[in-house]
Design a protein. Structure first.
Length: 583
């Protein structure tokens, strides 16, 4: 029995060498990556069934209590049986592919064993597909593992030969011969089959881990390259940025040459062939045009396919990587190689990763740029809505004063011109200092006091350390105008508006209050949040101020309205003092 065990281990060494070679084949790894369905089940069954047949030929022919060490095994006589390793491939097939694969591989290998003959051909031929089927069902208990662990495979592998020996004792005859043979081959088969299954499982796990590690390294490499190349491409596709990107790519990708194009011409070419692939050359190749049109990665093999007319050009293959921005192709990155054989799966995966990463980042950058432009346009529109509102009221007042007090009308016109000059200066920037905003407010009050000199007074209390804080331009003037037009409209005299600006920690707090009629209770929750209808005005001034504060200084800067117990309305808001403002 010891000699038989050593001989089976020796034969299994040859079989496991074949298994190791099998795990190195890309087709085998691709098969492992596929989802198991009807089509792949047939491929799995055929592959592991053939491996089971190889295990049969790696077995040893037993005749009663003696065995033949011959390597080649042909048809067995009625007194022979084979101590086989057929179960290794079948059990592995069931563990990897499930019951259907285990059964399919078992039928192929079992039919081959049955065809070889021997007094135990029928029970062995039946036991092999039964074992594969059971192994597939057992694998479902470990479905969370991509490949079952070697320790579990070793445990499962011990039962496979036991099932085969049991069927031989039940179905084969004569009984004395069967018992003798089982005593001889039972322990060696259990040892060799279980150990071989565990080793084969380990090989498959190592192969998959190598593949995943390689994919992770290529993904990390693609991320690194994309991170370094993006600052150049974000500045736009120009000859300068294309040259910098091509130099970086050639160094990182280890390509023979790298070229960058826009939709019309070659912008840069670095590496082999630079003497005749000149920047500024028009794109004429059909492969280039197809990649620009479809936005898909293209692979070109041959100088003619690549559109190069120079006969001695050493660049014979290339991968064309489209650069997409906002859904449209804006250019190409061309990775050149000297021979088609140099383009492998790694290079194709890297090209695909680069295309996706660069295109996604450029699209994100474009989106952020468009959001900034839209926000700036929105703020300009809001400011344009506020200024005409005040301008029309003032012009109406000037028209009235021209008839009753020309001198005062002239003074008011001069003040309006001063106010508008300050307005144009301030609205050139999205944020201005509190000091500039207060100067703008004082220019506004110079005009207002001509119109409402007897009706109200405005008092300002400005604390220290608030002048350099940044605030959206035109914030205070609409709030004062709102107090006059709505809060104090029924007070012919005695109206008061008080503005307090003070620093509290890292905030500049604004308090504006009046002693007028206050705000209707049903408007308090929505005032500033949505435009309100008003008979006295267009109802958008306060809303626009709140929108600009929230957009430029954050949600904590929104306007808060409340009615005072003694009468009148209080408006408060706060803006943060950023570090650069404090400095």
């Amino acid at each position: 029995m010891d000699n038989l065990t050593l001989l089976l281990i020796e034969r299994m060494g040859i079989l496991l060498t074949l298994a190791f070679i099998l795990t190195r084949i890309p087709l085998f790894r691709q098969l492992l990556d596929r989802e198991v369905h009807a089509g792949t089940s047939i491929s799995y069954s055929l592959m592991f069934g053939l491996f089971g047949i190889a295990g049969t030929y790696a077995g040893v022919v037993i005749k009663e209590d003696s065995f033949s060490p011959a390597f080649w095994i042909f048809a067995l006589s009625s007194e022979d049986v084979i101590a086989n390793s057929t179960l290794v491939g079948v059990v592995i097939g069931g563990l990897l592919g499930g019951p259907l694969v285990g059964l399919g591989a078992g039928l192929i290998a079992g039919a081959h064993v049955y065809g070889m003959g021997g007094f135990a051909a029928l029970p062995i031929g039946i036991s092999i597909p039964v074992t594969g089927l059971l192994a597939g069902y057992v694998a479902r208990f470990f479905s969370q593992e991509r490949v079952i662990s070697p320790s579990k495979a070793l445990f499962i592998g011990m039962f496979a030969p036991v099932i085969q020996m049991s069927l031989m004792l039940i179905m084969a005859g004569p009984p004395d011969l069967v018992r003798t043979v089982v005593n001889v081959i039972g322990v060696p088969m259990v040892l060799t089959n279980s150990i071989s299954i565990a080793i084969f499982t380990t090989m498959i796990r190592v192969a998959l881990q190598e593949q995943e590690r390689s994919a992770a390294l290529e993904a990390e490499r693609a991320f690194t390259i994309a991170e370094r190349i993006l600052p150049h491409l974000k500045m736009g596709l120009t000859p300068q940025t294309a040259q910098a990107a091509a130099l970086l790519l050639q160094r990182e990708v280890k390509a023979a040459a790298v070229a960058v194009t826009d939709r019309e011409q070659l912008l840069a070419h670095v590496g082999a062939g630079a003497e005749h692939h000149l920047p500024g050359a028009e794109i004429v190749g059909d492969l280039d045009k197809r990649a620009l049109f479809s936005g898909a990665i293209e692979k070109g093999l041959g100088r003619e396919v690549l559109g190069c007319s120079v006969k001695n050009c050493t660049l014979q293959a290339a991968i064309l990587v489209p650069i997409r921005e906002g859904g449209s192709v804006v250019g190409l990155i061309k990775l050149y190689f000297r021979r088609p054989q140099q383009i492998g799966k790694v290079q194709e995966a890297l090209a695909k990763g680069l295309s996706n990463l660069i295109s996604n980042q450029l699209t994100v950058a474009l989106t952020e740029k468009m959001k900034g432009l839209m926000k700036d346009a929105e703020l300009r529109m809001l400011q344009a809505q506020i200024h005409p509102h005040f301008l029309f009221n003032t012009l109406n007042a000037i028209v009235t004063l021209i008839r009753i007090d020309p001198q005062l009308a002239r003074h008011m016109t001069v003040q309006l011109g001063t106010f508008m000059r300050l307005t144009l200066k301030l609205t050139a920037a999205p944020l201005v200092s509190v000091k500039q905003e207060l100067d703008h407010l004082l220019a506004y009050l110079e005009i207002i006091k001509v119109r409402f000199s007897e009706q109200f007074a405005v008092r300002c209390y400005i604390g220290e350390g608030v002048e350099d804080a940044l605030i959206p331009p035109g914030t205070l003037q609409p709030l004062v105008e709102n107090c006059i037009q709505h809060g104090l409209r029924h007070m012919p005299t005695g109206g008061e508006i008080a503005l307090t600006v003070k620093k509290e920690g890292n905030l500049v707090c604004f308090h504006m209050e009046d002693n007028g009629c206050g705000v209707a209770p049903d408007l308090l929750p929505v005032l500033g949040r949505v435009p309100t209808e008003s008979k006295e005005g267009n109802g958008i001034g306060v809303h626009n101020v709140n929108q600009r504060l929230v957009s430029l200084r954050g949600p904590d800067a929104q306007l808060n309205f409340c009615n005072k117990p003694e009468g009148g309305c209080l408006v408060t808001f706060s803006i943060p003092i950023q570090k650069e403002e404090s400095a």
